[in-house]
Design a protein around this ligand. Structure first.
Ligand SMILES: Nc1ncnc2c1ncn2[C@@H]1O[C@H](COP(=O)(O)OP(=O)(O)OP(=O)(O)O)[C@@H](O)[C@H]1O
Ligand SMILES: [Mg+2]
Length: 329
């Protein structure tokens, strides 16, 4: 374990055992989150982004479970931890912001009380101190009239303010790792920009590591240091953000980048990747992306490609970068 890294996910497999069969939602994923960095996970709907996050948090529900792999937080594996041990880690060392804040806030308590309770759970402070800390974090996340808002119920706040409450709740115990699962998808673009700016600021000021899950490559370009591209439960490409945008290698990444809305007006339609997201119950033999790939070769239908390092820190799961295969044609 490299001590520059806060989180190392190694060979993670999280499967759902349904009556229709085994769903390999996360199928051998390796992701590294260096200390103080923002790591993006991108990929189309259903590729396993949220299940990866839920696996870290021990929030995967039956019929799903982690069947293999390690999730090392500062060298300590979270996978075998008990509920009791995880309750000490969740919300304190690792916290998560969910996509739709309304579903993770309790409608019958004021937002102030909910954040205070989270503090009381993890810190040895009095109720008054917890309240003061809550109002302080509300101010930090840019909630106007923070002391008044303390007494608001979730439904009395706009989507943007509710998301700020969630970010405040996630940040209040100063976690080492913040997992944000599409934190701005439900918000309009102005609020989105404010929230992203806020997350960047918190990360800079406190040195928090962040996992940013999004299908918005604009968000990745703006916010992330490193990017992982997932497809059908596997990481297909990983590089730092400049490298990924400058020198994308996997045909799937090319497809994703080409499907960014073009605002220059020169293209008359959005590029979309042909074909459909695969059914995880009936994955093709060989490379999972093969049926949709422009560059597919015979071998791609036969074997699964391994991860190849092309330049330092740039990895791609594709036979085009397999020297042996390319040499022998
Ligand atoms: N309860 C479940 N039962 C069976 N399969 C599930 C269940 N939850 C998730 N899955 C499977 O796991 C796969 C990955 O789901 P996940 O929620 O991680 O996708 P995602 O990448 O977060 O997508 P999105 O961008 O839509 O949020 C899905 O394709 C689905 O097949
Ligand atoms: Mg998701």
């Amino acid at each position: 374990m490299d001590n520059k890294n806060l989180l190392e996910i190694r060979g993670l497999k999280t499967y759902f055992f349904t009556k229709y069969g085994e769903v390999p939602a996360v199928d051998g994923v390796d992701i590294t989150v260096p200390k103080g960095k923002i790591v993006g996970i991108v990929g189309e709907s259903g590729c396993g982004k949220s299940v990866t996050a839920m696996s870290i948090m021990h929030l995967v529900q039956p019929p799903g479970r982690v069947i293999e792999g390690q999730i090392l937080l500062d060298g300590e594996d979270l996978v075998p931890k008990s509920i009791k041990e995880m309750n000490k880690i969740r919300g304190k060392r690792v916290s998560m912001i969910f996509q739709e804040p309304m579903t993770s806030l309790n409608p019958v308590y004021t937002v102030g009380k909910q954040v205070s309770e989270a503090i009381l759970l993890h810190q040895e402070v009095s109720r008054e101190e917890a309240k003061a800390k809550t109002i302080d974090i509300f101010r930090k996340v840019g909630i106007p009239e923070a002391d008044k808002r303390y007494n608001s119920y979730p439904h009395q706040l706009s989507g943007g303010l509710r998301q700020r409450v969630m970010i405040g709740m996630a940040m209040v115990c100063d976690p080492e790792l913040l997992i944000a699962d599409e934190p701005t998808t439900a918000l309009d673009v102005t609020i989105e920009a404010q929230i992203l700016h806020l997350m960047r600021r918190l990360q800079r000021e406190r040195g928090t590591s962040v996992i940013m899950i999004t299908h918005n490559l604009g968000v990745v370009a703006e916010l992330c240091d490193e990017v992982y591209v997932m497809y059908a439960g596997k990481v297909m490409e990983h590089a730092n953000v400049f490298e990924l945008f400058e020198n994308p290698q996997h045909p799937y990444t090319h497809g994703l980048l080409n499907s960014i809305p073009d605002t220059s007006g020169t293209k008359d339609r959005l590029y979309t990747i042909r074909g459909m997201v695969p059914n995880l119950l009936k994955l093709p033999e060989g490379c999972r992306f093969c049926p949709r790939c422009d560059k597919a070769m015979k071998i791609c239908t036969m074997r699964e490609p391994e991860m190849h390092t092309t330049t330092e820190g740039h990895e791609v799961r594709c036979f085009l970068y397999d020297k042996e295969v390319m040499k022998n044609g």
